[in-house]
Design a protein around this ligand. Structure first.
Ligand SMILES: [Mn+2]
Length: 290
């Protein structure tokens, strides 16, 4: 961490899955994504972006979360990403379950004006899970309540399946979020959804949170709550590439659970999404200030 200020984009593993309500195991996600990333090459063949040529990027290791202590781990993650933010490092976080987005945002989104593109099958804006206010289904409700992210500059893409309560989507819409369910995605088409995402996020600082279960379940057997009927990996890559030019201050990929995976396919997809995010973060580091 002492030398983190020497890089502009820092990759961090967050091996935390104590916020998982169903199938745990995403604490092993960072290691599996790193292993899958060994096949990646250095230049984006579609955009020509070579992230390692335009920004100093380093893998800064894992956040030293406590493997048994939920509250302490949340504090450790917050502190770690706060330190990165103060050194003007743009993090790519490899989760870990989706709880980690809350302490990451607590660390890096202190100005309260951060927009977000959120890929997920679920809104993750529930109020609580059996009395717990912080877990992997509540991070963005807390982040909105705490004023970390601007609900009017948040778009959620890929929502589908069953919901925990009748007001799940209604609460998010009422708070000002733009929701794109898979029915909407199919009806409007990918190009229109991309245009909507760019419009919602605008020019201000932005964060991308990518729950791997946003992908159709056939692309991510290795996750806690796979959901059929989602967008494809091709859709995901095109959508991420189409966000070029936004001021991305950080990003995460969550919920990869390798012991549930089949032939490493989920980790492979996460590694490729990570490369697309590195391209965006590198260009943001070159073109924008934090
Ligand atoms: Mn999620």
């Amino acid at each position: 961490m002492e030398r983190a200020g020497e890089v502009k984009v820092g990759i961090f593993g967050v091996p935390f899955d104590l916020g998982t309500s169903y199938r745990a195991g995403s604490r092993h996600g960072p290691a599996a994504i790193r292993e899958a990333s060994r096949v990646l090459r250095l230049i984006n063949g579609h955009t020509g972006v070579a992230p390692f040529d335009i920004a100093r990027i380093a893998d800064l290791g894992d956040v030293p979360v406590h493997p048994l202590n939920f509250e302490q781990s949340i504090e450790i993650i917050t502190d770690c990403f706060g330190q990165l933010s103060r050194k003007a490092v743009r993090p790519l976080a490899l989760g870990g379950d989706h709880t980690i987005s809350l302490p990451i945002l607590r660390g890096i989104a202190r100005s309260g004006d951060v927009g977000m593109v959120h890929f997920d099958a679920h809104t993750d804006t529930e109020d609580e899970t059996r009395g717990m206010k912080i877990d992997h289904s509540t991070p963005f409700r807390r982040a909105i309540e705490e004023g970390l992210i601007d609900p009017k500059r948040i778009i959620q893409i890929g929502l589908r399946g069953q919901v925990g309560s009748r007001d799940d989507y209604a609460w998010a819409r009422g708070a000002g979020l733009t929701l794109v369910t898979m029915d909407d995605f199919e009806a409007r088409g990918r190009t229109a959804v991309i245009a909507e995402a760019r419009r919602v996020v605008g020019d201000g600082p932005a964060y991308v949170s990518f729950d791997i279960d946003g992908l159709d379940a056939i692309y991510c057997p290795g996750t806690g709550v796979p959901e059929p009927g989602g967008f494809s990996m091709r859709d995901a890559m095109v959508m991420l590439r189409s966000l070029r030019g936004i001021n991305l201050i950080g990003a995460d990929i969550c919920e990869v659970s390798p012991y549930l995976d089949v032939a490493g396919i989920t980790s492979l997809h996460a590694a490729h999404l990570g490369f697309e995010l590195l391209c965006l973060l590198a260009e943001s580091a070159r073109d924008h200030t934090i």
